[in-house]
Design a protein around this ligand. Sequence first.
Ligand code: HEC
Length: 263
Amino acid sequence: MIRLMGMRAFSSLPRWSGRVLAGLWLLAAPGSAVADGRPGAFPAWSFSGPLGHFDLASVQRGYGVYAAVCSACHGLEQVHYSDLAGMGLKAEDIQALSAARQTMDGLDAEGHVQRRPARPDDRILSPYVSPAAARAANRGVAPPDLSRVVMVRPGGASRIYGLLTGYAPDAHWQEGRGFRNPYGISGFTAMPPPLHEGGAQYADGTAATVAQQARDVTTFLAWVSAPHQDERRRLGVGAALYLCFLAGLFMILTRRIWSYVSK
Ligand code: HEC
């Protein structure tokens, strides 16, 4: 009887192991759609899926787009310049990158906002001195902070990519509604079309098309929303492999031990 149970456990191994392997393969496969600039086609995000990882070159280019374009209206207040080291930058790079940006530094004797070059331990602040100033500069709608936008807004990375690339070529402000955009809430958004061909310069020679900038800045915002995701996944895969190894070891041991008993 005991022997029979042991045999049954082993004879069922190939069947379920095949299914487990198929499952692992499915988990490893990245998103299905391909980026070809068509409206409604989303890039295959390298970071989606349980075994995904961030393309750090794209994250770095995305920071370039944020700094050149989006930072005119949006802050990343939960991010410090020093956190950008996680994109694969060295301390000197962070120093140079923060010094190139201005940040607010209190008020002077007359109550005017003081500005100075940012330091690595500064947060990436909104450019506006107050929410009221942000609203006043943007037809009554304050640009939201982008620190966690990929995580907290519905639709994640693909909807943000859709929003950035989804404006009609002749997009114009419609009073009381905004700019027509199928990816905006209720089909409109108060954000003017932010991306233009060549709007950001890429140091690595990548052509700065609208689709490429949208892809890179969305990848950057996804990374900013979950900067430790890759580490957690690596740890998870390591733990899963270790558990598989242990399970195999225990099976062999069980078989050995019970083989003595059943004789
Ligand atoms: C001229 C100012 C301005 C610039 C530049 C700008 N935005 Fe916006 N953005 C806004 C405003 C205003 C809103 C609020 C829109 C609304 O709620 O209708 C907004 C909203 C957003 C949202 C949230 C939209 C939603 O529906 O969830 C995202 C994401 C966003 N912007 C990303 C970006 C990115 C990325 C860039 C740079 C490529 C950028 N923005 C550049 C003004 C701007």
